[in-house]
Each structure stands twice: as structure tokens, then as C-alpha cells.
Design a protein around this ligand. Structure first.
Ligand code: HXC
Length: 516
């Protein structure tokens, strides 16, 4: 072949490889409302930025007639490209090739991009759509999975790892996405479970559909495995692109900051009246978040899971921050097992990647009851405490209303190395609320009074005025200042700029032993 012919030959090989398992299977994928691996990569990355590795790699299996079933690339498209000009490494499982099943060589391709991402300090994004271990290969594919798991663990806290699930993800294959930092699923089109409905039926006699057992809504709201249930594949990809805009490339970098068009001295007058007169009345903490962050843009994570605690990303004066906030409009913003786990994982992610955390507090305490105690609220509640305590990132806290009991301690208090701690004049910082405290303190005395009810009401007011306010904590220096709610944005921006070069360390150790 001369040079021209060689070029033509290469073009043809590339065009063939682009077809994956063939047009018929691509059509089937489209008919299911799913994109192909290459279409997903095309949407995820900046136009024209994708560079592929190992396009011609094929499997080495000779059993079950596999010599005749060779597809260039072997069912996974790997390489790198950019998102908003920043490098990311990607792999996309191609369901059109042997159901996207994972072979030895398939795993080698994924390991290659993971190794490069680690070496070069850039995020890895995995687009999953696979029937699991390639049955024809057996142990080689299991070994391949485990090689990936090891890399997921080694990369944890070094580079951001993001996963999207677009189709099946079953068996042990679920553990690679589970080891990554964020998991996005697509409603009605993707599922994750260890064992499918048939096995469940035979072992536990439960009748359950694929969607009920491992669909996107279930994982986003009940198990907490997924961070977002996307409406479509396109929506999932848009979510990944936005998510990555808040993150640094690796643990040695600061998160990206951008220019800010929202004035830092913008007042939000409505915040002066947002807290209801009745301490038991709910309000929406998200309204406070939206009114203080740049341009009202708050990117929520795990919105449907444990909604009594809000977590997500936003920017203050262009600087990326993590937000953690109790949500009084869901179970009064109480802390429970799920919300503690959700908060702990998020704070630890931010700490890994130098993202400051701003915490808004309105929490009546930990949820009482047998369900919580039997479920280990002690062990699980300790997770969020542990996460805030070990975090060395800048931590800014605003108490808007209740900060009662253990929940006061846990929610980024001064005592857990909170850097700047503010309270609104409406804050109530105490061991417990007046309704709980007064019967304990005055119950016996009330029985001797002519009008016990009126007596207890008077004591409640007294307790509210003397104990459940921000001034006692401010007198001790546990609160740095009591601020006007309308100026919360300005005060947070200034606090963050004050602590942006913070240096804090933990004692040398192999690793801590967070209560798991
Ligand atoms: C080899 C596979 C495959 C697999 C699917 N295919 N899964 N080939 N190994 N694991 C092939 C099919 O033969 C078929 O080939 C093509 O992919 C599409 O599959 P269909 O069954 O036609 O598609 P669909 O009806 O959409 O069903 C998808 C599916 C089903 C639900 C994923 O294929 C399935 O149940 N597959 C097996 C799942 C499984 O048990 N995997 C192992 C899990 S255990 P043709 O040529 O007809 O197009 C595991 C262990 C990991 O993963 C452990 C890690 C530690």
C-alpha cells in the first residue's frame, strides 16, 4: 500500500470501529431511548476535543467461538477530552458490543485511562451501560473488575471520579460506580442491583420489578446510591458537565473560581423576615441559600435522599463552595441516620478537594425513637460529627434558628474547628428547646401552682429570653458575630476570603477510623 492507500485504510478501520457492534444494535439502542457510547462522549466533552485510546484493541478469548466475535475497541470507548476547556479522562461502555460486557482487555482499557488520570491529575468520568462480567471469559473478567476497583480506591480523594449509569449495571459491577464520588442514573432506563428480580424471587420470594429494585428513582430517594435521577441521557450528561465545573482537577489544586457578576454587597431584605414568629413553623432553607449565593445558582446533590439535610455546590464571589444546610420544611430539619450519612460523605468529599463548606443551621436535634436507635443513629450520627471535625478546609457557619443539643455541636460548630461562626438574631442555641426543657425543669413545681399551664408558659418565655438565643454563645465567643440576615451574603463572602489561605492539619496517621 502506498501512503494514500494507508490513510484510506486507516479511515476505513476507524469508521468500522465507530460502528461498535453494528448498525442494527445501534438502532436497537436508539429504539430503547438510549444513546450510544460515542454519542454520550460527544455530548459530554467540548466539541472536537475527544482523543481516543485503544480503538483497535480486541479481546484474546478463544472459548465459546469468541474468535469470530471480535469488535475493535472490545466494547468500551476510552480516551480524554475537555469540559469547558479542562481535561477529563473518560470511558464509555458500549452496549452494542456483547452487551457492553467486561472482558480482560476491556478492563485493561479502563485501567489505562484511570492510571493516566491519576498520573496527570485529572478527573475520570465513567459512562456505564453493561451486562456485567463477560460470561465467556469468566475469571479474567472478574480479575479485570477487581483491577478497576483497586484503582477506584487508590484514586479516591486524589482525583474526582464521576459515574453515570445509562443502562444495566448489575452484580459486582455496581461496586466500581459505588466507589466513585458521584453517581447519576437515568429514570426508566438504567438500573443497579446486586441480584436481579428473578434471583430475588427465588431467594426471598419477593415480587419486584427492575425499576422498584434498582431504578434511578429508588436509588436517588431510598438507598442513596445515586446522587441524581436524570430525566434522560442528555439530562444526565448536562448534570455531569455542571457538576465538574465546581470541582478542582485533583486534590493538590484549589477549586476553579470564575468572575462574579452578582454584587458581593447585595442585600437580601426578605431574609430579615423569613424566620416565622412561631418556632415550630417551617420555612424553606433553600430560599436562604438561593438568596445568598452568586446569581441564586445552587446545584443540589442527592435532592431526593434525606431531604431534611440539603447538600450541594454554589459560588460566593465566584469561589466554589459546598453548602450543607438543615431543611426545616422536612421533618423540622432533624438529623437522622440518612441525613448524617449524606452530610458526612459530602463534607468529606469537599475536604478531599479543598472546597470550603458553608453550613446553614436550623436543627432541633437528632431524631428520637426505636427505629433510629435500632438502626444505629449513634454510630451513623457520629459520621457527620467525625467529618466536620477532621475537615481542614475553610468552614463558615450561619445559625438561622435552632441549634439544639448534640446537633449544635455537630453542625460545624466552633468546637469542631469552625472558622467563622455567625448567628442570626433569631438563633436559639441551647441544650434543647423551651418545650422540652421547661417540663423537666419546672414539672414538679408546676403541679403546685394554681394554674400549671400558665405557669409553664411563663417559664417557657423566660427560658426563651434567657437561654434559647444567640447571646449566651456569643458571650462565650462560640459565635463570632450576630449578623443582620439581609447582609448574610456579604458576611459569608468576606468570611470566605478571610479564611481562603487557611492552613490546618490533623495528626500524622495512616488513616482515621470513621464509625462505618
Ligand atoms: C457476554 C453478554 C452479557 C454478558 C449480555 N450479553 N450480557 N455477553 N457476557 N454478561 C450479550 C447478549 O448475549 C447479547 O448478544 C447482547 O449482549 C445484548 O444482550 P440482550 O440480552 O439481548 O439484551 P437485553 O435484553 O437488553 O438484556 C440485557 C441484560 C441481559 C439484562 C444485561 O443481557 C443479561 O441478563 N445479561 C447477563 C447479566 C449478567 O448476569 N451478568 C453477569 C453479572 S455478574 P447478541 O449477540 O445477541 O447481541 C457480574 C460479576 C461481576 O457481573 C463481579 C465483579 C466482582
Amino acid at each position: 500500500m502506498n501512503t494514500i492507500e494507508r490513510l484510506e485504510h486507516l479511515k476505513k478501520l476507524r469508521a468500522d470501529a465507530q460502528l461498535g457492534g453494528g448498525q442494527k444494535r445501534i438502532d436497537k439502542q436508539h429504539a430503547l431511548g438510549r444513546l450510544t457510547a460515542r454519542e454520550r462522549i460527544g455530548m459530554l466533552l467540548d466539541p472536537g476535543s475527544f482523543e481516543e485510546f485503544d480503538m483497535f484493541k480486541t479481546h484474546r478469548c478463544t472459548d465459546f467461538g469468541m474468535e469470530k466475535q471480535k469488535y475493535p475497541g472490545d466494547g468500551v470507548v476510552t480516551g480524554h477530552g475537555t469540559i469547558d476547556g479542562r481535561i477529563v479522562y473518560v470511558f464509555a461502555q458500549d452496549f452494542t458490543v456483547l452487551g457492553g460486557s467486561l472482558s480482560e482487555t476491556f478492563a485493561e482499557k479502563i485501567c489505562k485511562v484511570m492510571d493516566l488520570a491519576m498520573k496527570n491529575g485529572a478527573p475520570v468520568i465513567g459512562l456505564n451501560d453493561s451486562g456485567g462480567a463477560r460470561i465467556q471469559e469468566g475469571i479474567e473478567s472478574l480479575a479485570g473488575y477487581t483491577d478497576i476497583f483497586l484503582r477506584n480506591v487508590m484514586a479516591s480523594g486524589v482525583i474526582p471520579q464521576l459515574s453515570a449509569i445509562f443502562g444495566p449495571c448489575a452484580g459486582g459491577a455496581v461496586y466500581s460506580p459505588a466507589l466513585t464520588d458521584f453517581v447519576v442514573m437515568v429514570k426508566n432506563n438504567s438500573y443497579m442491583f446486586l441480584t436481579g428480580p428473578k434471583v430475588v424471587k427465588s431467594v426471598t420470594h419477593e415480587d419486584v420489578t427492575v425499576e422498584e429494585l434498582g431504578g434511578a428513582d429508588m436509588h436517588a430517594s431510598r438507598s442513596g446510591v445515586s446522587d441524581y435521577a436524570a430525566q434522560s441521557g442528555v439530562d444526565a450528561i448536562a448534570y455531569l458537565r455542571k457538576l465538574i465545573s465546581f470541582l478542582p482537577q485533583n486534590n493538590m489544586e484549589n477549586p476553579p473560581s470564575c468572575s462574579c457578576s452578582d454584587p458581593i454587597d447585595r442585600r437580601a431584605e426578605e431574609l430579615n423576615n423569613i424566620i416565622p414568629e412561631n418556632p415550630n413553623e417551617a420555612y424553606d432553607m433553600k430560599a436562604i441559600i438561593h438568596r445568598t449565593v452568586d446569581n441564586g445558582d445552587f446545584f443540589e446533590i442527592k435532592e431526593a435522599f434525606a431531604p431534611n439535610l440539603i447538600v450541594g455546590f454554589a459560588r460566593y464571589n465566584g469561589m466554589s463552595v459546598g453548602i450543607v444546610a438543615n431543611q426545616p420544611s422536612h421533618y423540622s430539619g432533624v438529623l437522622d441516620i440518612d441525613s448524617s450519612i449524606k452530610g458526612a460523605r459530602f463534607v468529606r468529599f469537599c475536604d478531599c478537594f479543598n472546597i470550603p463548606v458553608v453550613t446553614f443551621v436550623d436543627v432541633p436535634g437528632f431524631l428520637p425513637g426505636t427505629a433510629q436507635e435500632y438502626g444505629g443513629v449513634i454510630r451513623n450520627g457520629a459520621k457527620i460529627l467525625y467529618a466536620y471535625a477532621e475537615a481542614t478546609i475553610p468552614k463558615v457557619t450561619v445559625i438561622t434558628r435552632k441549634a439544639y443539643g448534640g446537633a449544635y455541636c455537630v453542625m460545624s460548630s466552633k468546637h469542631l474547628r469552625g472558622d467563622i461562626n455567625y448567628a442570626w438574631p433569631t438563633a436559639e442555641i441551647a441544650v434543647m428547646g423551651a418545650k422540652g426543657a421547661v417540663p423537666i425543669l419546672y414539672g414538679r413545681q408546676a403541679k403546685k401552682e394554681a394554674d400549671p399551664e400558665a405557669f409553664l408558659q411563663d417559664r417557657e418565655k423566660e427560658y426563651q429570653d434567657t437561654v434559647a438565643n444567640p447571646y449566651v454563645a456569643a458571650q462565650r465567643g462560640y459565635i463570632d458575630d450576630i449578623i443582620e440576615p439581609a447582609r448574610t451574603r456579604t458576611r459569608i463572602v468576606r468570611a470566605l476570603s478571610l479564611v481562603q489561605n487557611k492552613r490546618d492539619t490533623n495528626p500524622m496517621k495512616k488513616h482515621g477510623n470513621i464509625p462505618l
